[in-house]
Unconditional design. Structure first.
Ligand code: 5RP
Length: 264
């Protein structure tokens, strides 16, 4: 692997081999998502505790201070909305020159395996990997399920992750699911987990993140379950405790409750 590619990967995956990415890209198809109406304000207290931000160029330029930033994973796919015909019909929205201009550590794009736009999204990934390889920029593939949340099972996610890796993604983002080892074991590149819609309890998040790590995931790209929580700093610090300090879900929950008192 070339020096630039290795160096950029090392910016987002820490020396322990683990990572905590903070996604604030949801507006690119959902509009002003709850608690992300002002992304700059939402993310500011979380910046010290995340390893990288997953964000579009619009929010990066408008809401993130270039002098007090984190490594950036630039969301470069889009073109659809929650009220449009088909979420899967995404294109590449941002050029590789723009990614270089913004000094990003990686770029990210969604693929929609099994959808009417499977081929287009997979060819988008291939094109982005070709461009990324030319300039030493790693690609994170997002295995999107669109509105079909029931697709979050090991068979489907293993298929999507493997295809993403075969096409050259350097990191694959997917969802935790039952039998998650089948997803990780079939994917020859590092896997990170998204959080999905906010859960009833914090403990559920700590449990699945811990289980996913035990089964080989390297970390998370987890947004709503952090910034939609009433105590986002407590939440991200508890997750960091699991990801970078090997804490159990019980220990993470105890830390969450302790920090929450200070955030109240
Ligand atoms: C949105 C994304 C998000 O980055 C991803 O889903 C992670 O966020 P969350 O934990 O809120 O699901 O790709 O399209």
């Amino acid at each position: 692997m070339d020096w630039g590619m290795k160096n950029r990967l090392a910016q987002v995956i820490k020396s322990d081999g683990h990572c905590l990415f903070m996604p604030i890209d949801h507006g690119y198809f959902q509009g002003p998502t709850r608690k992300l109406e002002k992304p700059g304000e939402t993310v500011e207290p979380l910046l010290p505790y995340c390893d990288a931000l997953f964000v579009t160029r619009g929010v990066l330029r408008s809401s993130v201070d270039p002098e007090k930033s984190k490594p950036i994973i630039l969301r470069v796919s889009g073109g659809t909305s929650v009220i449009g015909k088909d979420l899967a019909n995404e294109g590449i929205t941002t050029s590789i020159e723009e990614a270089i201009r913004l000094n990003v550590s990686a770029v990210g794009l969604s693929i929609f395996v099994g959808s009417d736009y499977e081929r287009e999204s997979l060819l988008n990934l291939s094109k982005l990997v070709n461009e990324g390889e030319a300039y030493g920029i790693p690609v994170m593939a997002v295995t999107a399920v669109g509105k079909e949340l029931e697709r979050r099972d090991a068979r489907y996610l293993a298929l999507s992750c493997r295809i993403a890796a075969e096409l050259g993604a350097k990191i694959v983002k997917t969802y935790w699911c039952k039998d998650f080892e089948k997803v990780v074991d079939g994917c020859p590149v590092p896997v990170v987990m998204a959080g999905g819609p906010k859960t009833e309890t914090e403990r559920e998040v700590f449990e699945f993140v811990h289980d996913g790590l035990q089964k080989g995931a390297i970390g998370v790209n987890l947004g709503r379950n952090v910034w939609q929580n009433d105590y986002p700093v407590a939440m991200i610090r508890a997750l960091r405790f699991i990801i970078h300090e090997d804490a159990t879900p019980k220990e993470a929950n105890a830390l969450f409750n302790e920090i929450k008192k200070g955030e109240a």
